[in-house]
Design a protein around this ligand. Structure first.
Ligand SMILES: [Mn+2]
Length: 340
């Protein structure tokens, strides 16, 4: 990552200085990076005098990520408290959007963000930032995570990046890189090294992230790899996590995390896609090896996008396909045409 221009750091410092009510917003279905980066930024802002800070999300986080919500912060989740979440955005005189490239990735919060006259700051590492919607943009794909980008921004501002702030950023970077397996840059190791030197307990963090699941997750992973994995001659693998399977394993939000990566360990598989059935749609996760674009598949066939090798989207039941039963045929057609 290149160093951040000092004029933009000064512009950010001025916006922060003039703000009294700040809303820190992350993307829908928040992952470790969205939660870690928003928590770190909110903890920093709350440490400054005269600021009221709220973290706002469209939906509540998965159970296994709740350890990333520091108790001293104020959270509003639109799915459980729509009025409070809307008010936090409406009343803010400064809005931050983290770990997504535009308002649409906040789903239910989008209209309230668009209606807000407050200055808005984007801190993100996805492709194609919607820069016109923001007063100030920090965006580069040359960084592991929003948490890492925020780390370098806070350092440039002279903010203390220790304690809970450092731990939150380490958690966000660790989950987004899949524990240093992908999207790792020289700056990522520098950040990790500095944070560990500064006292972040990485062992405790790894246990919280990767070793606190229920049995159900491991048993589901085994079942899907045995019964649910389809490999096409074009070099793509797909898995359908239907409602039936989710019920059979009593699957909870977040428990299928990481499953989509498993088929990439097979030599002939270039791209892996997992479709998880929900009410009126399948939620789609795509991962690929270098040289194959997960982002293009997600954008071209699944109303989505993301990063070059890790992307997401959706397949709408009733719009894209007539019923859930038609998902496999749609996916096979999409994959064959994408690789054709
Ligand atoms: Mn991220």
């Amino acid at each position: 990552m290149n160093s951040i221009p000092s004029d933009r750091i000064e512009a950010l410092a001025a916006l922060v200085q003039n703000a009294s009510r700040v809303a820190v917003v992350g993307h829908t279905r928040p992952d470790g990076d969205a939660l870690g980066s928003t928590a770190a930024l909110a903890l920093y802002l709350q440490s400054l005098p005269g600021k009221t800070v709220s973290c706002v999300f469209s939906d509540s986080p998965a159970e296994n990520l709740r350890f990333l919500l520091p108790g001293k912060l104020c959270y509003h989740f639109h799915d459980s408290q729509p009025a409070q979440a809307q008010a936090a955005v409406r009343e803010a005189d400064l809005v931050f959007l983290l770990d997504c490239n535009g308002f649409s990735r906040t789903e239910a919060l989008q209209p309230f963000l668009e209606a807000s006259p407050a200055p808005k700051v984007l801190i993100d590492h996805h492709l194609n930032p919607e820069s016109a919607s923001f007063s100030l943009v920090f965006s580069t794909p040359e960084v592991s995570s929003a948490s890492e980008l925020l780390y370098w921004i806070l350092k440039a501002m002279g903010a203390p990046v220790t304690g809970e702030i450092g731990t939150s950023l380490m958690a966000g970077m660790t989950t987004d890189t899949n524990n240093f397996a992908n999207s790792v840059f020289p700056s990522t190791f520098r950040m990790a090294s500095e944070l560990i030197s500064g006292g972040v307990n990485r062992d405790a963090l790894l246990e919280q992230i990767y070793q606190q699941y229920r049995q159900n997750r491991v048993r589901l992973m085994g079942y899907m790899q045995n019964e649910g994995l389809h490999i096409l001659p074009c070099g793509a693998a797909y898995m359908l996590l239907t409602s039936d399977i989710q019920q059979r394993f009593d699957l909870r939000e977040g428990e299928a995390e990481g499953l989509v990566n498993v088929p990439l360990s097979i030599a002939e598989v270039r791209l892996s896609i997992l479709l998880k059935e929900e009410k009126d749609r399948f939620r789609v996760s795509v991962r690929s090896k270098k040289g194959t674009s997960a982002q293009q598949l997600a954008a071209g066939y699944f109303h989505g996008g993301g990063h070059e090798n890790a992307a997401g989207g959706k397949l709408l039941i009733g719009t894209d396909i007539p019923s859930a039963d038609a998902a496999a045929a749609y996916v096979e057609n999409a994959l064959n045409s994408f690789f054709g």
